[in-house]
Design a protein around this ligand. Structure first.
Ligand SMILES: [Zn+2]
Ligand SMILES: [Zn+2]
Length: 458
């Protein structure tokens, strides 16, 4: 309803300004709501289809094919299988900057419990050969539908921009590896190298209809650690004949909690979470090993090093204290560096989004504790802008803020973005940003970003 009022207000404002140069200026970076409405039904249909048919990381075969098909029909030059299932779609429209917009393709091994009519019932084999439920619990289906809607608007309004637009569908974001794979497969050499790269992420932190902007550090470094603790198996009735890895794991987990509470300097951002622990098969058997998986989030590279070293030290010492037959095995996997938003670019995009969505719908946010391999693209020397797309039902979010009961976060089996208007806003925001960036020359765009004193101060 609020959205409807805003549309009316925008139309009114547009009518008032029609025929004046001000209108031409705002139209260059903003979109007419009618053109978003025109592409919305197809984007929503794609969303519902993708939501109902999710695929696991690196297995996004049908998903990639659907995305490629939509973009090809919109006259983009589409290349598939760029770094696994990666999709690259290019539209050249005269001389000008090159801008890349990215969506992820993958879903998660989560059993959907939203009860929605289009809820996923998919079960698939994971890489270990286990049957797992699959769900778009991170909202990547919203991102894909948004990019297709945006692609349609941009293809149908080539008089509003010039330059080269590249849309990419990146596999395996959730397992951190898709971005590396696409770059290794020649993303920046086989295709025009972008002046800037963009992406959005939907979440329940903001109401649908709003977006969030963070200049500078957007999120956190992420490190995944798998620990295998070795004991000595035996009968549950005779613990004296065994060395119990479950007890060692329990002690280790509690000791790991002291890293952030006792070792890291107060005020430094740090998270150590043990996300799973697996051991044993039966109540009267002491197993011979226990496994656990950790996620570590930090912002400061020194703190990152400190925490990883502490995990290593504590895990080994607890095993030794329990007289374990051999030291634990500690493996690092799925690491990602923090996403850095070019400050000048972010502030410019803030203005563009305010014009497109209304001032009250653009929220300046602080860094969040999630992570993402979008950072890998930025680390190749390409200024990036990664922003938040509100996904929460505005009424439910209001209630949750009063009651203190948080809405389900991304990765929850209950995560269900308020897709209408979140998807509408996603398309509107992307179109506005692309139209703003895709004018002038590549040199001008690069210069406007390089002028930011903070841009080089990372
Ligand atoms: Zn995710
Ligand atoms: Zn995600």
């Amino acid at each position: 309803m609020k959205k409807f009022m805003r549309v009316i207000a925008l139309l009114f404002a547009t009518c008032l300004l029609q025929g004046q140069t001000v209108f031409a200026q705002s139209a260059a970076s903003s979109s007419d709501s009618k053109e978003i409405d025109a592409v919305f039904p197809e984007a929503k249909t794609l969303y519902l289809d993708l939501h109902e048919h999710p695929e696991l990381s690196s297995h996004e075969v049908q998903t990639a094919a659907k995305l490629a098909d939509h973009l090809r029909r919109l006259a983009y030059e589409v290349t598939e299988h760029v770094g696994g299932t990666g999709v690259v779609a290019v539209m050249k429209n005269g001389v000008g900057p090159t801008v890349m917009l990215r969506t992820e393709l993958d879903a998660l091994p989560v059993e959907e419990k939203t009860g929605l009519p289009y809820a996923s019932k998919v079960v698939a084999k994971d890489d270990a050969g286990h049957d797992v439920p699959v769900m778009h619990a991170c909202g990547h289906d919203v991102h894909m539908a948004s990019i297709v809607g945006t692609a349609a608007v941009m293809a149908g309004s080539k008089n509003t921009w010039h330059g080269t637009l590249i849309l990419i569908g990146q596999p395996a974001e959730e397992t951190i590896g898709g971005a590396t794979g696409m770059v290794a497969a020649g993303l920046f050499t086989r295709f025009p190298k972008p002046d800037v790269i963009l992406a959005l992420h939907v979440g329940n932190g903001l109401p649908a209809g709003q977006v969030g902007v963070v200049p500078g550090v957007y999120n956190t470094n992420a490190d995944s650690v798998k620990i295998t603790i070795f004991g000595k198996g035996g009968h549950g009735s005779a613990p004296n004949t065994a060395i119990d890895p479950i007890v060692i794991a329990a002690r280790t987990i509690l000791a790991l909690q002291t890293i952030t509470s006792r070792e890291v300097k107060p005020g430094e951002m740090a998270v150590v979470t043990v996300g799973y622990i697996n051991a044993g098969t039966k109540n009267n058997i002491i197993p011979d090993h226990a496994e656990m998986g950790l996620t570590v989030r930090t912002r400061n590279p020194e703190v990152r090093k400190q925490i990883l070293a502490a995990i290593d030290r504590i895990t080994k010492a607890e095993a030794e204290a329990a007289n374990a037959p051999r030291p634990p095995q500690i493996d690092h996997f799925e690491g990602a560096d923090l996403v850095y938003n070019d400050p000048a670019l972010a502030m410019r995009m803030k203005g563009v989004l305010q014009t497109a969505l209304g001032k009250e719908n653009v929220i300046m946010e602080g860094p969040i504790t999630a992570s993402e391999d979008f950072s890998y693209f930025v680390e190749q020397g390409i200024p990036g802008f990664y922003f938040s797309l509100g996904g929460a039902d505005p009424e439910k979010l209001k209630e949750s803020r009063v009651s203190g009961n948080m809405l389900p976060s991304n990765h929850s089996p209950l995560f269900a973005p308020d897709v209408d208007p979140a998807l509408h806003t996603g398309i509107e925001a992307e179109v506005a940003i692309l139209r703003n960036l895709l004018h002038g020359s590549s040199e001008e765009l690069q210069k406007s970003i390089a002028q930011s004193p903070a841009a080089t101060a990372k």
